[in-house]
Ligand binder design. Structure first.
Ligand code: ZN
Ligand code: ZN
Length: 284
């Protein structure tokens, strides 16, 4: 059975504060392993936020690291872990990164600009391992690794070019949608999103705001808890992980929100939970 491990669940920026360490302060990074990958040597990494540095702690430093990353978009909270990812700074190590182009600029060019002088002391091309960066054009790909995961990207509403991903592996479906602009009515779901999420075993979805906060920040590119649940319900999703927690959200608030939506989610037989750093989920 495929499994997910959450290494970074926060949105916008890291929050290493006492009041939110239970859910975690690292930014977007989730890792998926296929059942056939018995030794966990072929991680499929969803986003490269600061949670990637926590993931790195369990990875080989002898040049044998081999991973594939699906990048949602180029905002800092989704890429900042990459230049500090020590396992790829070893001869022989390999990381393939897939993601969207931005205004006609290839993904590789954007990453090389962002990860280099004067923004970072580390230059991507100077890392000892090989990072292969490929722009996806919206078509699906099948990854050549255990479980042969099938990956379908879909452009979703956000402030810039942003992919959500549907991943099919071990006859299970995972959908990763970390940043997603909710519509003004918090109810309408585009057909492309419904298709992407259809019958997923788990949907990891942007849930940055309450409805009251959304009223103030309706155009900041994010979703509400209610909208995440609406997308899950309309798509017949089995489990919903609230993700991309607002930096201001304390553990106490998140626990209370989680309890509230577990009640409303269970009405539609959807298992709802707030993603936590360090949590492992067996995909049911
Ligand atoms: Zn984000
Ligand atoms: Zn973003």
């Amino acid at each position: 059975m495929a499994r997910l491990e959450f290494f970074g669940v926060r949105g916008s920026h890291p929050t290493p504060n006492r009041e939110n360490l239970k859910f975690g302060g690292n930014t977007s990074c989730v890792v998926l392993y296929a059942d056939a990958d018995v030794d966990g040597k072929f991680p499929l990494i969803l986003d490269l936020g600061t949670g990637l540095t926590r993931f790195a702690a369990h990875q080989p430093l002898d040049g044998s690291f081999f991973g594939t990353a699906l990048l949602s978009h180029l905002h800092f909270d989704h890429i900042q872990g990459l230049p500090f990812f020590a396992p790829i700074d070893r001869k022989g190590a390999r990381l393939a990164v897939y993601g969207p182009s931005e205004n006609g600029i290839e993904l590789a060019e954007s990453l090389r600009t962002l990860i280099g002088s004067p923004y970072f002391p580390i230059v991507l091309a100077e890392l000892s391992g090989e990072i292969a960066i490929e722009t996806l054009d919206g078509g699906g790909i099948v990854l050549d690794q255990p479980g042969s995961p099938k990956v379908v990207p879909c452009l979703v509403d956000h402030t810039n070019a942003t992919f959500a991903y549907r991943i099919e592996v071990d006859e299970k479906v995972v959908v990763f949608m970390p940043d997603h602009q909710a519509p003004a009515d918090n109810a309408t779901v585009k057909d492309s999103v419904l298709d992407l999420c259809a019958n997923a075993n788990i949907l990891i979805h942007d849930a940055q705001y309450t409805l009251a906060e959304f009223a103030e920040k309706a155009h900041w590119g994010h979703s509400t808890y209610d909208y995440a649940l609406e997308v899950a319900a309309q798509s017949n999703v089995k489990a919903l992980a609230f993700f991309h927690h607002d930096p201001s959200r304390s553990d106490t608030e998140l626990e209370s929100i989680e309890r509230h939506y577990q009640d409303s989610g269970s009405k539609g037989a959807i298992h709802v939970f707030a993603a936590r750093e360090g949590k492992t989920v067996q995909i049911q």
